[in-house]
Design a protein around this ligand. Sequence first.
Ligand code: DQA
Length: 150
Amino acid sequence: MEQSKDSLKVLVIHGPNLNMLGKREPDIYGKTTLDEINSTLEELGNRLGLAVETFQSNHEGAIVDKIQKDAAIQNGLIINPAAFTHTSIAIRDALLLLDIPVIEIHLSNIYKREPFRHKSLISDVATAQITGFGVQGYSMALEALAKMIE
Ligand code: DQA
């Protein structure tokens, strides 16, 4: 059965330390807070006909639980796994359970930074990756997802 666009849902997962955006290394991550990013996404979602749910955790297992419990009932996922990008086989494995488009996003360009950030354990299981566009990347991800799932 075809789903009406109004009932399409997108989950946005923010990983560790992203709750500190605004205060955290503003020269790298900018001054926008996580609440501001989430509000922007919810408003954009309204305009695009998508219900946006946001979730942040500093805990790897909590992110795995959220993916297992809630991501499968969504139509798309945007995830900034933050430091877990470079370390978490558990989050990678959880993403492999999904049959929906997954956009991996980073505020900074991870390939322009320290060598340990160049490796993402997520990128080859994600549908696409957006890196280095700052907060604008989140809106880009949501707009791209809207086109993918409409
Ligand atoms: C980040 C990049 C990661 O390397 C880092 O650990 C983060 C944020 C980004 O959005 O640029 O916490 O994912």
